[in-house]
Design a protein. Structure first.
Ligand SMILES: N[C@@H](CCC(=O)N[C@@H](CS)C(=O)NCC(=O)O)C(=O)O
Length: 215
């Protein structure tokens, strides 16, 4: 059985989880504690997830894992073209998104934060990249408004709820992973096309959204 080592909150891990669902390939997800440095370092020499374990061999890098699983048995599903508009959209929205996402992730009931030490490790490691989490957990209607207007730009780019460009492609992997992170943020207004897309992609990939823990 293929094993995939992940953190539930991690957008790169979402990318790797998605391809198993899209390809309907069984795997065993293993969620590591966030402060477990020894396990990933033993496997790939770095403290980074996701990691795929296949026949005792280990592979890091989410998109390498996506390619490996998609190519299995010669039946790839990510066969569509990428759009010149999706990459820039992802870059344009990732700033406000991860400033709001990281402090919320630090408070959410993810299994990788099952111990106080694991949660504290995440805060210590991520807070320097966005500034004090306390500032980002208060009223940040400025950042919410920026994300809501980005979603208005995204809506007309979605050609189908089953594939952003009409045929599944790596754009769907990157876009859904970002919308998965977004689902932890309360106050986001989803245009109908974006909502249909994220719900459909969640069902197709088997990766649940985080709406129930949104804050
Ligand atoms: N380029 C890597 C990036 C993976 C990555 O940044 N993973 C983060 C979690 S989202 C990680 O494990 N960081 C180490 C840590 O949080 O301590 C990939 O695409 O797989």
């Amino acid at each position: 059985m293929l094993k995939l080592y992940v953190y539930d909150h991690c957008p790169f891990c979402v990318k790797a989880r998605m391809i198993f669902g899209l390809r309907d390939i069984a795997y065993e997800p293993v969620i590591l504690l966030n402060d477990d440095e020894a396990t990933p370092i033993r496997m790939i020499g770095k403290k980074l997830l996701p990691i795929l374990e296949e026949d005792g061999r280990f592979m890091g890098e989410s998109m390498d894992i996506v390619t490996r699983i998609d190519e299995m048995d010669g039946a790839p599903v990510l066969t569509g073209p990428v759009s010149p508009e999706i990459g820039p959209w992802l870059n344009g929205s990732s700033g406000p998104l991860y400033r709001l996402f990281l402090p919320r992730a630090a408070c959410a009931p993810f299994p990788e934060f099952a111990t106080t030490a694991a949660r504290a490790y995440f805060v210590r490691k991520k807070e320097p990249s966005v500034g004090p989490f306390s500032d980002l957990l208060g009223d940040r209607s400025d950042l919410i408004a920026a994300l809501n207007s980005q979603l208005q730009v995204l809506a007309p780019l979605i050609r189908s709820p089953e594939a952003v460009n009409g045929l599944l492609s790596t754009d769907d992997i990157h876009l859904f992973a970002q919308l998965h992170s977004l689902s932890l943020i309360a106050g986001i207004i989803y245009p109908p096309a974006v909502d249909a897309y994220r719900q459909t992609m969640s069902r197709m990939s088997g990766v649940p959204l985080l709406d129930n823990d949104a804050a």
